[in-house]
Structures are given as structure tokens and as C-alpha cells.
Design a protein around this ligand. Structure first.
Ligand code: ZN
Ligand code: ZN
Length: 346
């Protein structure tokens, strides 16, 4: 029996709600394009196997380790939370289960490469597994490359996992597309080198312009974990789900923080927490939120909250009107007032 040694490639993708927007669409497209590029490379085609793990409120192995020809690109779902710890633990479990170890009878898999892509602050317990990865896995059992998506990611947290931390300078779709081209070139390079030169260090191709290696002295202070807040909303006309993003202005903390509307992101696939029914545990006063981004489905200029605490788009900024909530179908008269609104955890 002939057996080709596999080059396992694990992609760990942050699908937290803070990723919502054009950047996340670009991640989906970039992944699909990457698979297409790898299919065009005979060496990669022969050895590279890809697995996709996502993390938001929990972690899931969306695609098990699969050869490139059979790999089907799924639609990635966003969710609330950044369960980085759960993502790393699941990755270690998957490697334990899926990798072929070298024995006296057979040569096992090549050393896997893991690309970890995240934009946010972990919302679960992640430090212990990060230390485990850094001390027992990185360089020994796998090569791990972390990509900080956007300029506000806390580099020091990623550096706790691996010394190879890259920063994508902006979250423009073109930057993600360049990054995934680079991942595909890295996998192609790795699949060639391992055949010819044994298992020396991972030689990576030149980075695209908008991606740089995080330097040890990049001692930027830890970013404010509350710099954005997210509100889950539905369109009152077509029930489409969207996420309102507000960004902090000024230096107020806690109840004194003021947020300005940044964007309303249309979200086609979202992992709803079944127990929450569209309600959130964290609250913020609507008085702390300035302006509104229009509904991405119907362009209604503002949003409103029903008596059950659901947020939806609304045609008027002032006055009283009757609307039916697209979450709970309750029809009510809406007026102006101060209220607390639920927010996601990022
Ligand atoms: Zn709408
Ligand atoms: Zn409602």
C-alpha cells in the first residue's frame, strides 16, 4: 500500500460578532479562493489536508481534516463571544484524533501548520491552554501562525500562544484576500520543502504589503475591551438579522461611556443562543448611544425596542407609531423615552 505523508493545515477562525462586516465576507471569500489556489498546485494537492475550526460562543470543527479535492467550503456562522480557549482546546483534541503518528512501520504526517485568525478579546478562560500550546506544541508538534485582524488586537495575548504573530493593518476586504493568497502560498511552499529538505523550520513566503510581523517592542497598551458594543437587531419589514456596531468616543468608563454609531452589518448566518431568544444579559442605556446606522435591508434610519426587549429597525426618529416586532410579533405603539438595551459580548 502506498501512503502519501500528509501536511495537515488547521485553520482556526474567529467568528465572533465583532468580526461582522465586509471583513468577514472577505474571510469567507478568501478561504474559498485559497482552496481553489491550492487545488491548482500539484504538490499541495498531493499532501495538504485542511481542517476548519471556528470559535464564537463555543468552538466547532466545521470541516474535519480533509484532502483539498474533497474540501467543501461551508458558510461560516457568526455568534456572540470569542471562545479562544475552547477553540485552542478543540484544535488539540482534533490533532490527537486525526494525526497519523510516525511508528516503526510507517512514516506519520508532517508537522501540521495552524493559522489562527482573531480580532478580539477572548471571552472565555484561555490562558492555561495558551500556555500549554506555547510550551508543548509550538515548534514541537505544530507550527502556529497567529494573525491579528485589525490594528486594535492585543498582540501580547496572541504572543502568549505563539511567537509568530502577524498583524493585518486594516480589515479591508482586499487585505484579507491578500492574506489568504499568502496562506495558500505558504502551504504550497511548505508542501514542496518537506519533500525535498526534510522537516526544517517553516520557510514562509514574503508577506503582502498590508500584513506585517508584530515586533517584540510593539508595546502598545492593551486595547480597551469595551471599545465597541454590538446590538442584535432585525428588520421590521423582512425580519433580516443585523448587528449594530457602536464605537466608544472619549474616555468614559462603565455607565459614563458614550458610544457613536459606526455601522449596521447585515448578517446572513448567526448562531443564536437558544435560551436568550434575542435578549442579552449585558445592558446599556440608550442615552449613552449616539445616532443610528440605517437598517441594511430597508434603510429605515433608526431602531426601536419592543416591550419584550427586542431591537428592530424603525422608520421614524420622533413621534408615536404602531409597529409589529419582527422577533416576537407583538404589535405595540412606540414612543420616545429612555431605556436599557441588551448588547452582545463581542
Ligand atoms: Zn429594516
Ligand atoms: Zn419583540
Amino acid at each position: 500500500m502506498s501512503y502519501y505523508r500528509r501536511l495537515p493545515v488547521y485553520l482556526l477562525i474567529d467568528c465572533s460578532e465583532s468580526m461582522a462586516g465586509d471583513g468577514f465576507t472577505a474571510v469567507n471569500q478568501g478561504l474559498a479562493a485559497m482552496i481553489g489556489q491550492l487545488r491548482g498546485n500539484p504538490m499541495a494537492l498531493e499532501s495538504a489536508f485542511i481542517s476548519l475550526i471556528t470559535f464564537a460562543s463555543s468552538a466547532q470543527q466545521v470541516v474535519p481534516l480533509t484532502d483539498i479535492l474533497k474540501f467543501q467550503m461551508p458558510r461560516l456562522k457568526l455568534g456572540s463571544g470569542t471562545s479562544l480557549g475552547a477553540g485552542l482546546r478543540l484544535w488539540l483534541e482534533c490533532m490527537d484524533r486525526e494525526l497519523v503518528q510516525t511508528t516503526a512501520q510507517q512514516k506519520g504526517d508532517y508537522k501540521p501548520i495552524c493559522f489562527l485568525l482573531t480580532d478580539g478579546e477572548p471571552t472565555d478562560e484561555w490562558e492555561r491552554v495558551a500556555d500549554q500550546v506555547r510550551t508543548t506544541v509550538v515548534g514541537k508538534k505544530a507550527n502556529v501562525i497567529a494573525l491579528a485582524c485589525g490594528p486594535d488586537v492585543d498582540i501580547n495575548k496572541l504572543r502568549r500562544i505563539t511567537e509568530t504573530v502577524l498583524v493585518i493593518k486594516d480589515t479591508e476586504p482586499a487585505s484579507f484576500s491578500e492574506f489568504f493568497k499568502w496562506v495558500s502560498a505558504s502551504v504550497s511552499t511548505a508542501s514542496q520543502k518537506i519533500e525535498g529538505a526534510g522537516e526544517r523550520g517553516l520557510g514562509l513566503p514574503n508577506l503582502p504589503d498590508n500584513v506585517q510581523v508584530a515586533q517584540a517592542g510593539d508595546g502598545r497598551g492593551a486595547p480597551d475591551p469595551d471599545r465597541y458594543i454590538f446590538i442584535h437587531a432585525r428588520c421590521v419589514k423582512n425580519r433580516g438579522f443585523y448587528i449594530l456596531r457602536y464605537g466608544k468616543v472619549g474616555h468614559g468608563q462603565g455607565r459614563n461611556a458614550i458610544y457613536q454609531a459606526v455601522a449596521a452589518h447585515r448578517v446572513d448566518d448567526f448562531e443564536f443562543d437558544q435560551t436568550a431568544q434575542g435578549k442579552m444579559n449585558l445592558q446599556i442605556s440608550a442615552d449613552n448611544l449616539q445616532d443610528a446606522a440605517p437598517c441594511p435591508y430597508c434603510q429605515n434610519p433608526v431602531w426601536a425596542m419592543c416591550g419584550n426587549g427586542h431591537v428592530h429597525c424603525c422608520p421614524l426618529a420622533a413621534g408615536t407609531l404602531s409597529l409589529t416586532c419582527p422577533w416576537c410579533n407583538k404589535t405595540d405603539r412606540y414612543g420616545e423615552g429612555s431605556f436599557e438595551v441588551g448588547r452582545g459580548i463581542g
